[in-house]
Design a protein around this ligand. Structure first.
Ligand SMILES: [Zn+2]
Ligand SMILES: [Zn+2]
Length: 326
């Protein structure tokens, strides 16, 4: 019997929302293959970002010899590159979906407009607020982490991996970054929901009840430091510079796509490129659910998974009321 979807959404995907078939028993090898195929191949956002990382590395990245000592010229170049990348992705999606409404309401989760006014927003409106925090704080801290990692690699403080020495691990790392994201993001996100941190830090991201592309990386600077701190794992796990670029571009640029408010890009009546994620969209509206992503089902494990069905909704509401009664 098909599940009844939730009320109050302009569009919602087939529910229940499915988590990755890895980490489930019994093993379903076919579903696993399908998961990897759908999340990586055809045209996928992950594959596009791998492409961007290579383009950045070959054409827009100062060589390691230069990053040995800190200097304004090469740091400025990286900062400019990241500003352009973020503006192209978040700005491009915003223009396409919101300014020119090229896709109308098709595959749009929440058809209410982004807020043109609101006292909670820096600069008085949602998009301006989101752009400000993304560009002023997000891109700056993203670049700072890149600078730190390239400086550390150039000086031999962080371990380096090369294609020649270990091609298998070189390729595997691209697949592992999104799995690591699912692990890391869940835990820091739960941490950010501790009342003190929520109030002073994470609330800034949650000004957005309905989200757009610029909302993804719109965070308090302290949250940027924690969120993008993911890349520090490469002080322990050896990587090539292109993995460093991919790792941070994946965290920053896919924040814009997952928050874009649309399930995907429709070309000739079909969704050709997955973008938004309904489970995170629900986190922004319902709040105490779906802290993680779908690659590792932490939320399922800890009872906070909202799969988009009415049954799930009731359970989450009850859980919330139960907590308030404590
Ligand atoms: Zn949150
Ligand atoms: Zn969010």
């Amino acid at each position: 019997m098909p599940e009844t979807p939730l009320k109050g959404w302009s569009y919602s995907p087939d529910v229940p929302v499915q988590v990755s078939p890895f980490f489930q028993w019994p093993l379903r090898p076919l579903d696993m293959l399908k998961w990897v195929w759908h999340s990586w191949f055809l045209i996928s956002e992950k594959l596009l970002i791998v492409g961007l990382a290579f383009i950045s590395f070959y054409w827009f990245q100062p060589p390691l010899e230069q990053t040995k000592s800190l200097a304004f010229d090469w740091i400025g170049l990286m900062y400019a590159r990241n500003l352009v990348l973020m503006t192209l992705v978040a700005g491009g999606l915003h223009l396409f979906f919101y300014a020119f409404t090229k896709q109308g309401k098709e595959l749009r989760y929440d058809a209410r407009p982004l807020l043109k006014k609101g006292r909670q927003f820096t600069l008085g409106a949602q998009v301006r607020d989101n752009m400000f925090w993304t560009l002023a704080s997000g891109v700056t801290i993203w670049t700072a982490y890149e600078v730190l990692m390239f400086w550390a690699m150039a000086n031999g403080y962080a371990p380096m991996l090369t294609w020649a020495a270990n091609p298998v691990w070189f390729v595997a790392l691209f697949f592992l970054v999104p799995v690591w994201e699912s692990f890391y993001f869940y835990w820091i996100h739960r941490f950010l929901h501790i009342p003190f941190l929520y109030k002073h830090v994470h609330a800034l991201h949650h000004r957005n009840v309905n989200v757009g592309p610029w909302s993804g990386l719109s965070m308090h600077p302290v949250e940027h430091v924690i969120y993008l701190g993911t890349v520090l794992i490469h002080w322990v796990v050896a990587a090539h510079p292109v993995h460093i670029l991919f790792h941070l571009q994946y965290y920053t640029l896919s924040a814009a796509t997952t928050h874009c408010g649309f399930e995907g890009l429709v070309v000739k009546d079909q969704n050709r490129l997955n973008l938004g994620t309904f489970h995170h969209q629900m986190h922004h509206r319902y709040f105490e659910c779906n802290y993680g992503s779908l690659e590792i089902p932490w939320d399922k494990l800890f009872g906070s998974f909202h799969d988009g069905t009415s049954a799930s909704h009731e359970r989450i509401q009850k859980r919330r009321l139960g907590k308030m009664g404590d």
